[in-house]
Design a protein around this ligand. Structure first.
Ligand SMILES: *Cc1c(COP(=O)(O)O)cnc(C)c1O
Length: 231
């Protein structure tokens, strides 16, 4: 008799194949844009999915993961990281100033620096914790009232101020374009602002539009549903 396959492994057996399919699509989109597939980092967005789903992705070679909520990341990731020291955690959700310390303690990349008060809180947290994650400025490219992110009009001044304050830790820009309409002009705009400020990371593109984002200069795509399934 063979040993039974653990239920958790069975439940997430689709993850490895889905991951491979997304990687293939990333590579194809990069080549179409005349870019090297290795220049695109896939951030697997595991929010709401259990640690077993993350384990399945880790077993398939995935290293970068994205979470929206500090609290969820704090319950899920420390044990995973102990077992997989090379894994990288990106915080990609709106961040409250009172969560800045825990975010700085947990994250390798905080993608949602979007206002001066949060910059103050993160600077204080970096000094207190003695570690500095990479920081991305989130821009509200569609200037949508319900979305977080610095406005387009304020972006250049805020990015410059953050570069001055955080130095090389300020590593790039991030956006979530409006759900309706063509995201391409928003992606192109964000990539141009990153280039203008000499920033190497451009985090944009999700399950529905990551190929378009790659065509317009994304270096990091954040993909959840296409890897882990519906939330
Ligand atoms: C949830 C989320 C994603 C992933 O979205 P999918 O459509 O599931 O790929 C990417 N970025 C951010 C900021 C998110 O909140």
């Amino acid at each position: 008799m063979t040993d039974p396959i653990p239920a958790t492994t069975l439940s997430y057996s689709h993850v490895a194949a889905a991951l491979r399919a997304v990687q293939d699509r990333i590579a194809a989109a990069a080549r179409r844009a005349g870019r090297a597939p290795a220049d695109i980092t896939l951030v697997a967005v595991s929010k709401t999915h259990p640690a077993a789903a993350v384990e399945a992705a880790l077993a398939a070679g995935q290293q970068h993961f994205g979470e929206n909520r500090v609290q969820e990341a704090a319950t899920k990731f420390p044990a995973l990281r102990a077992a997989h020291p090379a894994m990288r955690l990106h915080l990609i959700g709106g961040l409250q100033t009172n969560k800045a310390r825990e975010a700085v303690r947990l994250a390798d990349v905080i993608e949602t620096l979007d206002r001066p008060r949060l910059a103050d809180a993160i600077a204080e947290a970096i000094a207190h914790e003695g570690r500095a994650p990479q920081l991305l400025v989130q821009v509200n490219v569609g200037d949508e009232s319900q979305k977080s992110g610095i406005s387009r009009a304020e972006a250049d001044a805020f990015i410059a101020a953050c570069q001055q304050r955080f130095g090389a830790a300020l590593a790039g820009l991030m956006c979530i374009p409006p759900a309706e309409g063509d995201p391409a002009p928003h992606f192109a705009w964000l990539a141009a602002r990153a280039a203008a400020h000499g920033l190497g990371i451009v985090s944009m593109g999700m399950s529905g539009d990551f190929e378009t984002a790659i065509a317009h200069g994304a270096t990091h795509v954040r993909v959840g549903t296409a890897i882990f399934g519906a939330r």
